[in-house]
Design a protein around this ligand. Structure first.
Ligand code: FAD
Ligand code: NA7
Length: 537
């Protein structure tokens, strides 16, 4: 066995975002395991390493877009505004990595390309693009749920003579947009941010919009030292509330139905939320049925439409910006989106009316003409949730591949485990919670490390869910999702943004509080724990 000496690990962790970093800390620093970790980026940060586009900002408030596990870290925390910029988050994560000495476990610039489960030895064989194969008893994947980029396959994309970037592959050195003719394709959360940030500096900005969006103000403001001190003094209560709430965004979700109050009261509540700011707050903090009752949903949608009408001066632009369908994608918020279209150098192209035909050497050609550009920005989103999994050749028992297993849509028992893939633990895997993510990530990583600890203590060599447990969980996720309006809107939440992708249930929409209860109640009942002697040579 000498050849592989030094390449046998207790655990391999993939990813250096919030998930992977915390997993390395728990498994290595707390359980004392021998851990090897990988990320294809050159440093820690995950989402916040990659998304360096102008205007990149959290839409979770600063005080809860962070780890809660370390009291000192919470007390040392500092931020300027009530939302965090990408550089601030990246620097926070870098500090965490220093503090917990996490970087030494990582091989950066390294992509995991294959993971095979060796049934004789009960170990994972993990292969990288550097040609190395290591083994590990436990494989923990924090591959990111909004991480595999989606670049639509427009005809002629490679012929464009200017510069073109996906927002999540923005060059570290930045891009000089001053005085340039810039085009942005996509008006999701990312598009909205990049449009607002670039409009003031470019010569001309052309926005290619396929579907108009409902967006509310984010309510960006400075946070004083006194406000931060108060937050810090109350952190224990704050996290208790966050972890027992539904969306975990740090506000109380409403318990009042929109359809049971008067129109006047609806207006008052929406106006108040509009003035405070925050997309999730607008959807879940105003009334408890915006995301489930079509009538309540329409009341909220109508309120936002009226605001668009008021803000946007040119009637034709206002018409194009006006969403008509359900308000049931991930709720957006922005720092002046609709108002940006009042700037003379910003124009809006509706590519549903006039579809993109091709990318030309000079720019973008739609059915109504050619738009000449120096820079083209793809804010076209991600192949969410399973996008990075299906890029890896993952094989479980009997050589079953994850790609085949997930052909009809990805699944994960409790959002973390899979039949035929023993000792694979996915952070934010399919059918996990739909929330502000750091508290859900912590919940999962803590469950994973507790489980590994339990296995070590009890001499258990493998753990994997039963097919019944997995199917029941997926069914639970489907039932909950069908109680909401989200499946009726086309977005990445149900896989609708990727041509050919199966429309499936990718999330547990029962909220973090209920998810935590479900984990507790499930225990290890739905799992097969194999304590037969492993690693017999
Ligand atoms: P990530 O941070 O995505 O990290 C995954 C890492 O794994 C990446 O570095 C990736 O390159 C690496 N990786 C993947 N596959 C491989 C492989 N095969 N080999 C090696 N490395 C690999 N969430 C919120 O809750 N609030 C917000 O305000 C918010 N804003 C967001 C804004 C943007 C622009 C985006 C894109 C996402 C946002 N999110 C937000 C979601 C965000 O992704 C999560 O909050 C969180 O950062 C996810 O952490 P993670 O560790 O699970 O994954
Ligand atoms: P999103 O929310 O998936 O938005 C992608 C945008 O790109 C959206 O406006 C799409 O229009 C548009 N798009 C995608 N493909 C095309 C094609 N082929 N032609 C024209 N327009 C296209 O991604 P984001 O990065 O903004 O946000 C993802 C999440 O990351 C966000 O929710 C936060 O959690 C962070 P569509 O609406 O599909 O018609």
């Amino acid at each position: 066995n000498h050849k592989t000496k030094g390449l046998e690990f207790d655990a391999v962790v993939v990813g250096a975002g919030y998930g992977g970093l915390y997993a390395v800390h728990k498994l290595r620093n707390e359980l004392g395991l021998n851990v090897r970790a990988y990320d294809n980026g050159s440093d820690v940060g995950g989402t916040w390493y990659w998304n360096r586009y102008p205007g990149a900002l959290s839409d979770t408030e600063s005080f809860v877009y962070r780890y809660s596990f370390d009291k000192e870290l919470l007390q040392d925390g500092n931020w300027k505004h009530n939302y965090l910029t990408q550089p601030e988050i990246l620097s926070y994560m870098s500090d965490v990595a220093d503090r917990l000495d996490l970087r030494r476990s990582y091989q950066f610039n390294t992509k995991v390309t294959a993971t095979y489960f060796n049934e004789e030895k009960n170990v994972w064989e993990v292969t990288t693009d550097k040609g190395e194969t290591v083994t590990a008893k436990y494989l923990v994947t924090g591959l990111g749920l909004l991480s595999a980029t989606n670049v639509p396959n427009f005809k002629g994309r490679e012929t464009f003579k200017g510069e073109q970037y996906h927002t999540a592959r923005w060059p570290k050195s930045g891009v000089d947009l001053k005085g340039k003719r810039v085009g942005v394709i996509g008006t999701g959360s990312t598009g909205v941010q990049v449009i607002i940030a670039t409009a003031p500096e470019v010569e001309h900005l052309t926005v290619f919009q396929r579907t108009p969006q409902y967006s509310v103000p984010i309510g960006l403001k400075q946070q004083s030292d006194a406000e931060k001190a108060e937050i810090k003094a109350n952190y224990e209560e704050i996290w208790k509330q966050v972890k027992s709430s539904a969306v975990a965004f740090g506000f109380e979700e409403s318990t009042v139905s929109a359809v049971e109050v008067s129109k006047g009261e609806q207006e008052r509540v929406f106006e108040e939320a509009w003035n405070i700011g925050g997309g999730f707050r607008f959807m879940f903090g105003t009334f408890n049925d915006i995301a489930i009752n079509p009538e309540a949903n329409e009341a909220a949608a109508n309120f936002i439409r009226k605001k668009i009408q008021e803000i946007v001066k040119d009637p034709e632009t206002a018409r194009k910006l006006m969403p008509t369908g359900l308000y049931a994608k991930r709720p957006l918020c922005d720092n002046g989106y609709y108002n940006t279209f009042n700037q003379d150098n910003v124009s809006l192209v509706d590519v549903k009316e006039n579809p993109i035909v091709e990318i030309t050497p000079k720019g973008v050609r739609t059915t109504d003409g050619e738009y000449e550009l120096d820079v083209l920005i793809y804010a076209t989103g991600f192949n969410a949730v399973d996008g990075n999994y299906t890029k890896i050749d993952m094989r479980g028992r009997g050589g079953v591949t994850m790609r085949d297993k997930w052909a009809d849509g990805p699944t994960g028992y409790l959002g973390m485990t899979n039949t035929d893939f023993p000792n694979l633990f996915m952070i934010l895997g399919p059918n996990g919670p739909f929330t502000n993510l750091p508290p859900s990530i912590e919940t999962q990583v803590e469950w994973i490390s507790d489980t590994v600890k339990y296995m070590i203590e009890k001499g258990i060599s493998t753990i994997e869910p039963t097919i019944e447990a997995e199917n029941n969980w997926v069914e639970t996720c489907r039932t909950i999702a069908d109680m909401t309006l989200f499946p009726k809107a086309e977005s990445w939440i149900f896989g609708a943004n990727i041509p050919g992708k199966k429309n499936a249930v990718y999330f547990y929409m029962g909220g973090l509080g209920n998810y935590r209860k479900a984990l507790e109640e499930a225990g290890y009942k739905g799992f097969v724990l194999d304590s037969a002697m492993a690693n017999v040579e």
